[in-house]
Design a protein around this ligand. Structure first.
Ligand code: EPU
Length: 340
């Protein structure tokens, strides 16, 4: 039985903790409920917003349409082509971290570096989430999505998702056309663990671990994240607010002359990825607080709401940061978070 609520506060449903209202709000835990909601007059007459964990979203105003909260749950392991490989299928309404924990309990490797990323399973492929050297696309098998205009379920392969750095076709050409229903990953019992990211190695050494298990890597990632990133349950935030910018090698050489200690990572043959957090820190923003919101003290890429801030205030802060990084380094930052 579905219920469509009116003038509904979205505060508990976005990790920034912004208090705006949706004109209508409804939850679905299976396809029948989703269809019922989409056939309602509220859905027919208004725009839709599908919410997963609300962890990559900045709400700057009331939403004058229908918010659909995906609560489809369930996870299963399916043997794949070899004795070592397994498909893990999860419905989109599960928390991503619960899927990571489920996989580790099955002794399956591949997503342990993405432990503790807030948000839902359905949102993970949408922006190709990633951390500590691994992205969803590295373990992605397929996903099922509900086409809003036809009510048909379509299976998307990795190629069809057009994954990029924090990008997929669902943020671009197919934006608002599909609702992700389930995600299937290909994981392995004997996959090599990815501990190349310096901080993971340091953390494992600190714990005296030489031959880490899947869970050891997950624990190391959890410790690093807890030390650097604010917990959205305590301080409102949406993780990295900006993407790490990619610039040409020629532009990078000029910057390197002026700032010899600038961190950089290779990105294809002719480009270099910069650390947006470093640029923002150098521009003087790290730890800056403006009344009840600001820039996190341990990670300048994260904007925070200490409680009661307006989404538009945080947006304006992001605009100021963008401008000052541009005038200092000539580099244009791009927001990672979806603005509504
Ligand atoms: N740095 C600074 N000052 C800061 C923050 C970072 O100088 O305030 C420097 C660090 O010292 C380091 C470099 O910037 O040299 C990179 O920092 P870090 O390892 O913390 O990672 P990041 O590039 O800032 C990215 C992802 C994170 C992910 C981490 C770890 C993006 C936009 N962000 O951050 O993802 O957890 O790498 O893999 O790609 C997210 O997307 O929401 C997110 C948290």
């Amino acid at each position: 039985m579905i219920s469509i609520q009116s003038d509904f506060s979205l505060k508990p449903f976005n990790t920034f903790g912004i208090d705006v209202k949706a004109k209508y709000f409804a939850r679905f835990s299976n396809l029948k409920e989703l269809e019922e909601i989409l056939n309602s007059k509220e859905a027919m007459q208004h725009e839709h917003l599908v919410l997963g964990g609300g962890s990559n979203l900045l709400l700057t105003k009331n939403f004058e349409g229908l918010v659909l909260k995906n609560e489809m749950k369930g996870m299963e392991v399916i043997p794949a082509s070899s004795h070592d490989a397994f498909l893990v299928k999860s419905f989109a309404g599960e928390l991503w971290h619960n899927l990571v924990m489920f996989s580790i309990e099955q002794n399956l490797a591949g997503i342990e570096n993405m432990s503790l990323i807030p948000g839902s399973v359905g949102a993970a492929p949408m922006q190709n989430i990633g951390a500590y050297g691994v992205e969803v696309k590295d373990v992605f098998e397929s996903l099922e999505a509900f086409e809003i205009s036809t009510g048909k379920i379509k299976t998307f392969s990795k190629e069809e998702c057009q994954f990029g750095y924090r990008e997929s076709v669902f943020k671009r050409a197919l934006k608002n056309k599909y609702i992700i229903i389930s995600v299937t990953l290909l994981l392995h019992k004997k996959a090599p663990l990815n501990t190349t990211y310096g901080a993971i190695n340091d953390e494992l050494k600190k714990a005296g671990i030489n031959t880490p298990t899947i869970r050891d890597v997950s624990n190391a990632v959890i410790a690093i994240r807890k030390s650097k990133l604010p917990d959205p349950a305590e301080i409102g935030n949406a993780g990295s607010f900006f993407k790490n910018p990619v610039i040409s090698k020629a532009d990078f050489e000029k910057l390197k002359n002026a700032y010899p200690d600038i961190p950089s990572y290779p990105s294809g043959d002719n480009h270099v990825k910069l650390a947006a957090g470093w640029l923002i820190e150098k521009a003087g923003w790290k730890g800056k607080t403006i009344s009840n919101y600001g820039v996190h003290k341990n990670q300048a890429l994260v904007l925070v709401n200490y409680g009661g801030a307006q989404g538009s205030e945080i947006y304006n802060l992001s605009e100021d940061i963008l401008q000052s990084v541009k005038s200092m380094f000539g580099v244009e930052l791009e927001r990672e978070v979806n603005i509504l």
